[in-house]
Design a protein around this ligand. Structure first.
Ligand code: SF4
Length: 340
């Protein structure tokens, strides 16, 4: 089966900047970016990242704020922080060389079994398993492994292991990933599949649907863009918060429709010492992160004086574009720039 897969991959594989003559660092960055993010989005970020941080050393020496800023818009920011920590660890403990064993790789922040396998396979051309959701889907269908099967993961690993040839195993490994991404998608294009003659689901004409995903939890938030002369109040998220390292405007849990202007202003005044005036209500915007979908209702509020706010700081309006914002609040900064 692997030769059919290999020939197909040689002809059909997509060309990516991290796929043509990859360095271990390029594989590390691309694999971490590709976790939970589609290829077309990663393509918008990868080359720019390589320009900003051309090596592990350059990444390790950069500030966390610069790293988060470069990641802005990709989501799941814990990946950026982990990549930054990984670079520091590799520079400090491995003289800047990404290790070549699974055991050592798994000790590096942000590197789990899949990423370790991908680095060993694609960067070092070792015979290693790199089983992502694409491979898992292909193998489930190929061998009719049910979602209810508690041993599914180990069965999949065994099947991938036996499928990989001893020569150029990395090529077959990447071919399987590509097959899942291009052909054996959620709706499989079996007519174009190079291994359909080996596929149990195809032969039996039955493809099991994955269990339905939980609906995201909805959050409703009134967002206060408080301006005093030519400065605006922003909050720097820190510690273990989801948006740690990013900036946001102060916000308050709200109702599905958002508060009325009078109620919001009154609510805000209970949290601030300064007299406030309503300036404008900006269009509502949405933002999805982890298992949440948040609905943001942004308000422009004017204050006659600056005041202290937990983790807050006043920054010049012109500097808004210099700071890394969470995706939803980034949309608000764009609206603000258009409005002001
Ligand atoms: S034949 Fe269809 S279901 Fe089977 S591996 Fe190919 S694309 Fe997937």
């Amino acid at each position: 089966m692997h030769s059919a897969l290999d020939s197909w991959f040689t002809k059909e594989k997509r060309s990516f900047p991290w796929r043509n003559n990859p360095t271990p660092y390029m594989v590390l960055v691309s694999e971490i970016m590709l976790q939970q993010t589609q290829v077309r989005r990663v393509l918008l970020y990868f080359s720019q990242w390589m320009n900003l941080f051309p090596s592990l050393e350059a990444l390790a020496e950069s500030s966390e704020e610069a790293v988060i800023k470069a990641w802005e818009g990709l989501g799941y920011y814990s990946r950026a922080r982990a990549l930054h920590k990984a670079a520091k660890t590799i520079v400090a403990q491995h003289h800047g060389h990404i290790p070549k064993t699974k055991e050592e790789l798994l000790l590096i922040p942000g590197i789990g079994p899949y990423t370790a396998g991908a680095i060993l396979s694609f960067a070092f051309h070792k015979r290693a398993l790199a089983i992502d959701s694409n491979v898992e889907r292909v193998m489930r269908r190929l061998y009719q492994i049910s979602f209810s099967d508690k041993n599914a993961r180990s069965l999949i690993e065994t099947h991938v292991e036996s499928l990989l040839p001893h020569k150029k195993a990395w090529h077959t490994m990447e071919a399987l990933i590509e097959l899942g991404a291009l052909v054996c998608q959620k709706k499989p294009a079996c007519r174009f599949c190079p291994i359909s003659s080996f596929c149990a689901s195809y032969k039996n004409g039955s493809i099991e649907d994955p269990p339905p995903k939980n609906k995201p939890t909805q959050l409703f938030r009134d967002v206060a863009c408080i301006i005093c002369q030519d400065e605006i109040l922003v909050v720097h998220r820190t510690g273990k918060q989801i948006m740690s390292g990013l900036y946001e405007f102060p916000f308050f849990d709200s109702t599905k429709e958002g508060r009325s202007r009078k109620t919001f202003l009154h609510h805000l005044e209970t949290h601030t010492p300064a007299p406030l005036t309503f300036q404008e209500k900006l269009p509502a915007t949405t933002h999805s992160f982890t298992r949440f979908r948040s609905f943001l209702y942004p308000w422009i509020i004017l204050s006659q004086q600056k005041f202290a706010w937990p983790d807050g700081k006043w920054i010049p309006l012109d500097d808004l574009c210099l700071l890394p914002f969470s995706s939803g609040h980034k949309k608000i900064t764009t609206m603000l720039n258009n409005y002001l």
